[in-house]
Structure formats: C-alpha cells, structure tokens
Design a protein around this ligand. Structure first.
Ligand SMILES: Cc1cc2nc3c(=O)[nH]c(=O)nc-3n(C[C@H](O)[C@H](O)[C@H](O)COP(=O)(O)O)c2cc1C
Length: 220
C-alpha cells in the first residue's frame, strides 16, 4: 500500500473479526512503527502487549469512569473533557450515566491490546510553565502511537487510539506492574477490521492552513 493511501484511510477501527493477530505480525508492525520521532530522540516509550483476558477485562473496566463523564457531557451538549470548561453535569449525574458496551468492547474483542506508556523522565515539555494544559510532552509519544496504526493498516489490520483509561493511570500502572514514573498515553486495541472505512471526514487544507498569519489567506 502506498503511504498516501494509508494516511488517507487509517480510520478508527473499533470492531474486529475473529482473525488472530499473531506475535510475528505484531512484531513486524512495531518494527516499522518504532522509527517514530521523540523529543531529543529520548525514546521513552514502553509498550505492553496484552492478550490476557482478565487484564483486558480490567482495562475495559478502567475505561468506564472517564467514559461516564464523556457521555454525560456530550449529552449536555458540552465538549467532553475539554480543559477550558469544567463539566456542567453534577457528580451524581455523571455517576448515573450508563456506559454502552461499544466503549468497552474494543479492548475485550481485539486479539491484542497495546498499552502505550512513556517514561516521564525522558520528556521535554517546553510548555510546562504556561498557564494551560500540557501538550508538548505528548508529542514525544503520539507519533509512535500513530505509526503503529499506519503500520497496522499497511498489513490489513486496524485499531483505535483510546485514552479513557488514562484518567485511571495509577490503576493501569498497577495492573501492568509499571513504575509510577510512567504515564499512560493510550490503550490501542488492534485486530483485523470488521469494516474498513476508506472515506474519512476531515477538514480541507484551505480550512486548516493560512498564509503568513492566522488571519491570512487560506492556502488553496
Ligand atoms: C488523542 C485521541 C484520543 C482518542 N480517544 C478515544 C477513546 O478514548 N475512545 C475511542 O473510541 N476513540 C478515541 N479516539 C478516536 C477518535 O474518536 C477518532 O480517531 C476520530 O473520531 C476519527 O475517527 P475516524 O478515523 O473513524 O474518522 C481518540 C483519538 C485521539 C487522536
């Protein structure tokens, strides 16, 4: 598959066939994905490849608290987990929100789930003194996560970046026996897609890019 085609068609895949994703295929995907960049090339990533059912069941459970808030806020017309706006729904409303199985099933049904961690001791977070949510630290780990999905796509597999379990980071680290210095970047179920979307909805270049200034002419 051509690189441009993979980039245009690497969709979020949350439903999988019963096909296995054998270790040798997984190793091949990670062999190319590992060339992702990180700040100062510090390479603080660690990936735990989880196949064990009980561990996956616990990861699914650990999605639920963040998913509850996500769904309660979405129902209230808010941008879920937006750092600029505290949630409108009360703690009781959030606690009473039901989490549909579609939020927990991908980690239960995928043949393998990758938990992507990063050693915070390797991060260079140049925005850490700004009065806003940190962004730059994540740039040392998410290129790897995306490379994994692109490499999986090239092999006919797929998956999705999920971040709900990150809200329960201490419990995830304990589950995997990882040191507290690590941060949870993503939980990525991987497998053979039940459906492969090929027409993704994304904004056009002219809506994303302007010349010279923020209010400049759109780049056609
Ligand atoms: C940072 C990030 C966090 C995400 N978290 C979740 C998540 O917790 N659960 C989930 O199902 N999808 C999650 N997604 C997947 C997005 O919803 C998906 O990439 C987006 O809606 C585009 O979907 P499409 O490629 O099918 O068009 C996340 C994606 C990103 C980039």
């Amino acid at each position: 598959m051509q690189l441009a085609e993979a980039m245009r068609t690497t969709a979020a895949v949350r439903e999988f066939t019963d096909d296995p994703l054998p270790d040798d295929v997984l190793a091949g995907i990670l062999e190319v994905a590992r060339f992702a960049p990180s700040g100062g090339n510090r390479q603080g990533a660690r990936i735990v490849a989880v196949r064990d059912r009980a561990t996956r069941a616990r990861l699914a459970e650990l999605n639920e608290p963040a998913a509850r808030r996500y769904l309660a806020q979405a129902k209230a017309g808010e941008g879920p987990w937006n750092p600029l706006t505290p949630p409108g729904p009360s703690a009781e409303q959030i606690a009473g929100t039901r989490v549909p199985r579609s939020f927990t099933e991908p980690v239960l049904k995928a043949p393998v789930v990758l938990v992507v961690l990063v050693d915070q001791g390797t991060l260079a977070a140049t925005d850490q003194e700004l009065d806003r949510v940190g962004l730059v630290g994540g740039a040392s780990i998410y290129p790897l996560v995306w490379n994994i999905l692109l490499a999986a796509r090239a092999e006919g597999y797929g998956g999705v970046i999920t971040t709900m379990a990150a809200a329960q980071e201490p419990a995830v680290l304990e589950l995997l026996g990882a040191p507290a210095q690590y941060a949870v970047a993503a939980v990525v179920p991987l497998g053979r897609p039940a459906h492969q979307p090929t027409r993704l909805k994304r904004r056009a270049v002219a809506e994303l890019v302007t010349r010279e200034r923020f209010d400049g002419e759109p780049l056609a």
